[in-house]
Ligand binder design. Structure first.
Ligand SMILES: [Zn+2]
Length: 445
């Protein structure tokens, strides 16, 4: 029998342990120790399977099998993003229905965590002799900036080869740079816009934007984005409804803030407008690729630079906008920053970097790529395509020794970070087989 099929013998145990893990609402940023509890859960499970384990602080750990100087690893995380609203199933447990698996973390990334651990068990139970040690590494602060792996690798060996099943198939060997900025207006404004509010985070397209203008503005007539108008005393309140999306998939969204700012630029004069909003309108407008900002660029490996206005906050206390830029691997993020900063200075605005993840690029001739492709082909019968992402995974922490690989198949909508997160059960166990084959190859080849 093909070795990778042995993982299917553990199907019932996998689903049982996955349900238990999903019952821990392990949101890393909520001030509880639930994220750590989810880490303890997988480490205890690993111990009960007979593996040596190590916990690093309260945010990471691993289970290990085998001997040797060299090390291979699979990296997964047990923390999740908050469940939000709109669920048709209990978010914090596993629901099996009509061939689907539902629940927070099934696709990102608790499903992969339990599967990787059972693959390690399948390898141990089979008695295979390896050439090197094999680890499953778990973090529980991935969703809040990956501090877990930064801490982990301060104390632990960088694997010689590794993958993280926290994205899509085929093999992601390119991750764009992610530059996040906050642009502020610290000056006193005489604008008639007393309030503007849109978005909570920089890495999403805001689906709602609200502005209050100290003036009666008749006939709004704006077509680009769904909107409503309210008149209170002598004020106009505009509410725009766009479409939310992740910053690495801007084309799927409709930016409510950018449209509201555009609409305002038609309806009020430039000296009535807020400096910050004029800047956004003049240098960004509705553009997604940084044309007018002068940062438009593209390369044949990773595609176009994208620019998202993630949040805009203007009130009595502050005036700021958050910008998220995903730039191609051949370009320099610091130069992009300097360009934006100098544009913002023309409007007397200050710009600071809130986060900067440098790009990742792993040459397609590297051994790990051919090993993963061979593993994929053994199970699926076809090659795993190389692809590039604007998202960020643990692969960035692996010093060019690892890539993202699975667990979601192309064309499958896992609703990651959304309500009703789900995976097709059959495909979930197809991923389990690919993961098993790849781990065996990383252990023995
Ligand atoms: Zn993830």
């Amino acid at each position: 029998m093909d070795f990778y099929k042995t993982i299917l013998n553990y199907k019932d145990d996998i689903l049982k342990n996955l349900d238990e893990l999903m019952q821990i609402p392990s949101i890393a940023s909520d001030g509880t120790n639930n994220a750590e509890k989810s880490l303890d859960y997988v480490l205890d499970l690993a111990k009960s399977m007979g593996f040596t384990t190590r916990k690093i602080g309260n945010i990471a750990g691993h289970a290990e099998y085998g001997y040797g100087e060299e090390l291979s690893a699979v990296l997964t995380h047990t923390d999740v993003v908050p469940c939000g609203e709109g669920w048709d199933f209990p978010p914090y447990k596993l629901t099996r229905k009509d061939g689907m698996l539902y629940g927070r973390g099934i696709a990102d990334d608790k499903g992969s965590a339990i599967i990787a651990l059972y693959c390690l068990k399948a390898i141990k139970d089979s008695g295979l002799i390896g050439k090197r040690r094999l680890r499953v590494i778990f973090g529980c602060a991935e969703e809040i900036g990956m501090l877990d792996m930064k801490e982990y690798f301060k104390q632990e060996q960088i694997p010689d080869m590794s993958f993280t099943p926290d994205s899509e198939y085929g093999i992601c060997n390119v991750e764009k740079g992610i530059l996040q900025l906050c642009i502020k207006d610290k000056n006193k404004n005489n604008s008639i816009i007393s309030e503007f509010s849109s978005g909570e985070v920089v890495n999403a397209v805001p689906d709602k934007a609200i502005a209050t203008i100290n003036k009666h503005i008749p006939d709004i007539n704006y077509n680009g984005c769904n909107n409503t108008v309210e008149y209170i005393n002598n004020k106009t309140k505009l509410i725009f409804n766009g479409i939310a999306s992740h910053s690495c998939m801007l084309e799927n969204g409709l930016n409510s803030a950018a449209h509201l700012i555009k609409c305002l630029s038609y309806k009020i004069s430039s000296n009535e407008n807020h400096k910050l909003l004029s800047f956004i309108n003049d240098f960004i407008g509705l553009e997604l690729y940084g044309d007018t900002m002068g940062i438009k660029c593209s390369d044949n490996i990773s595609g176009d630079l994208t620019l998202n206005v993630g949040y805009v906050k203007i009130n009595n206390n502050e005036s700021k906008v958050g910008i998220d830029i995903r730039y191609p691997v051949k370009y320099n993020g610091d130069e992009i920053f300097r360009k934006i900063k100098s544009n913002a200075e023309k409007y007397n605005l200050t710009t600071e970097i809130t986060s900067h993840l440098k790009p990742l690029y792993i040459d397609e001739n590297k051994y790990i790529i051919s090993l993963l492709n061979k593993s994929y082909k053994t199970v699926m019968g076809s090659d795993a395509k190389l692809y590039s992402t604007g998202g960020g995974t643990y692969a960035r922490t692996l010093h060019n020794n690892g890539v993202a690989f699975g667990p979601v198949f192309q064309g499958e909508n896992s609703r990651m970070h959304n309500s009703n997160e789900c995976l097709n059960e059959e495909k979930f166990f197809l991923h389990a087989q690919i993961c098993c084959e790849a781990m065996k190859n990383m252990f023995c080849d």
